[in-house]
Design a protein around this ligand. Structure first.
Ligand code: GLN
Length: 527
């Protein structure tokens, strides 16, 4: 039987509830407990698949094909537990399930209501892992006080009442703002948000206080008194240089022991130290710096390329280097001028025509100047178009997505069909002796996909004659990977390797890219 931890947020959004929850999960996991995490998003969309990255950052894709909130990426990176469709819920999917049931007549003539029907459906989503994991951490998205979040909080309240305090814990993440003119940290917003929680019938067991300044013992005592939590349960979440340092900062404050005590759980071993050691070493200064450009169209919003940036960061950490990411806007920036000084170039995934010409120009520059290059999904499709146009001189070669009138569609809809989206894990067979084979060190890989278009393999021979060859296939028919033999590191893939990077386990393609970038430059050191 699993124990449960709810993580709610107060005062403002973007407090890092996901990172705090995942850090707590990590500390329990390092003690030998099996931990899983669930996200509940109060918005009405069925999933973020149709949301603009400007609204919600990147869409994280799970191996079983869910298009999910980027917090699931944080959970996977911290816990190294594969996320699934069962790890993500939205108000949309919950109402859809209830309404479908109502249409099938399964409510036997009852009036269908938020309480109990919606809340029962929500509660059923809290428990899919209870037989296989010791602890399930459930993050409730949004901020306490939002209308949309109420059914989730009500469901959490009912759940805690039914299961008992020794089985369910509430953690409330909040902000302690610093008012510069008064020279003071302020607790009042936290008091209000805890009151809001109490109105709903939930009382926090632990407060996680996001703050730019250290919390004094006096301030902790005050929060303890007004919010009715034990002083040792007031945990400081100071800003950290790397998010992977947060578990250690929590560890020092004894949060894991407190949780174990409250939930009547026993650690299965002493906290394993290798994770802490790795993070300590990797976050020290004085490393070689490699400048990597992420060439996309959402350069203003870093969250749009979160997993790509994290993959570069993690590959840097494993290679004793700092990956300094520069976001290039392929629609607005001057290409190739904006690429000067880069040690490696990534063209990430994306949808739609905007910025595509700039991406193609970035790839041409990487190819001609022998800059290590990794293309992802749309990035691979652009690499194919670049070779078709500039090397094979295929007249009017393009993608049918961008140019309906193109004579030579080198990138076409999957199976020529509209509305087909290939999602989740698919297998690729790798050509022996290829760069892909060298990096993965195996001939068969499963990677996550999210695309509607594919490289039209009819053009593979024409492009191979010009040096761009297919080194990975799905079932001998669908090109998955292209690369060049006349370049130190040029590889582009139809899938999304960025979702599979972990601390201490960088993804082989990103690891290879960083190694190639390090080889390629006279490395400078950080201060
Ligand atoms: N828009 C392209 C497609 O649908 C690429 C998708 C992506 O990069 N995720 O195939």
């Amino acid at each position: 039987m699993s124990k449960f931890i709810f993580v709610t947020g107060g005062v403002v959004s973007s407090l890092g509830k996901g990172i705090s929850g995942a850090s707590i999960g990590k500390l329990l996991q390092l003690r030998g407990l099996k931990v899983n995490m669930i996200k509940c998003d109060p918005y009405i969309n069925i999933d973020p698949g149709t949301l603009s990255p400007y609204q919600h950052g990147e869409v994280f894709v799970t191996a079983d094909g869910a298009e999910a909130d980027l917090d699931l990426g944080t959970y996977e990176r911290f816990l190294d537990v594969p996320m699934t469709k069962k790890n993500t819920n939205t108000t949309g999917t919950i109402y859809q399930a209830v309404i479908d049931r109502e249409r099938r007549g399964e409510y036997n003539g009852q009036t269908v209501q938020v309480v109990p029907h919606i809340t029962n459906e929500i509660k059923s989503r809290f428990t899919p892992f209870e037989n296989d994991f010791d602890v399930t951490i459930i993050e409730i998205g949004g901020t306490v006080g939002d209308i949309e979040g109420l059914p989730f909080l009500e469901a959490a309240r009912q759940f805690k009442t039914a299961r008992g305090r020794e089985n369910v814990l509430n953690i409330h993440a909040t902000l302690i703002p610093y008012i510069a003119s008064a020279g003071e940290l302020k607790t009042k917003p936290t008091q209000h948000s805890v009151n809001k929680l109490r109105e709903i019938g939930l009382d926090p067991d632990i407060l996680i206080c996001r703050t730019e300044r250290p919390l004094s013992q006096d301030l902790k005592n005050k929060l303890s008194l007004f919010c009715s939590v034990a002083p040792e349960a007031v945990i400081e979440a100071a800003d950290v240089a790397s998010i992977y340092q947060l578990p250690q900062s929590f560890e020092k404050q004894g949060i894991a022991e407190l949780i174990l005590k409250r939930l009547n759980l026993k650690a299965k071993k002493k906290p394993a130290a290798d994770w802490f050691k790795f993070i300590d070493k990797a976050t020290k200064g004085g490393k070689k710096v490699v400048k990597v450009g992420i060439c996309g169209k959402y350069s203003e919003l870093k969250d749009a390329y979160k997993s790509v940036a994290e993959s570069l960061n993690l590959a840097g950490m494993s290679n004793n280097a700092d990956a300094d990411v520069k976001y290039i806007n392929t629609q607005k920036d001057q290409i190739p001028a904006a690429l000067k000084g880069l040690d490696a170039i990534v063209v990430p995934g994306g949808f739609g025509q905007r910025g595509v010409e700039g991406k193609i120009a970035c790839i041409k520059y990487a190819r001609e100047n022998k800059i290590p290059f990794l293309g992802i999904c749309l990035g691979m499709q652009c690499a194919v178009i670049e070779a078709a146009r500039n090397l094979a001189k295929l007249e009017n070669a393009d993608s049918s997505e961008f140019n309906a009138g193109c004579k030579n569609p080198v990138v076409t809809l999957i199976g020529g069909q509209k509305g087909v989206m290939r999602l989740g894990d698919w297998e690729s067979k790798l050509e022996r002796g290829s760069l892909a084979h060298k990096l993965y060190k195996k001939t068969s890989v499963r990677e996550r996909h999210r695309h509607r278009y594919e490289f039209n393999s009819a053009y593979a021979p024409a492009l191979e004659a010009r040096g761009l060859y297919v080194s990975g296939w799905h079932k001998n028919s669908l090109p998955e990977i292209v690369e060049r033999r006349d370049h130190p590191f040029f590889i582009a893939v139809q899938f999304h390797p960025e979702f599979a990077s972990r601390p201490m386990k960088p993804h082989p393609l990103f690891d290879g890219l960083i190694k190639a970038a390090l080889n390629n430059k006279k490395a400078k050191k950080t201060k």
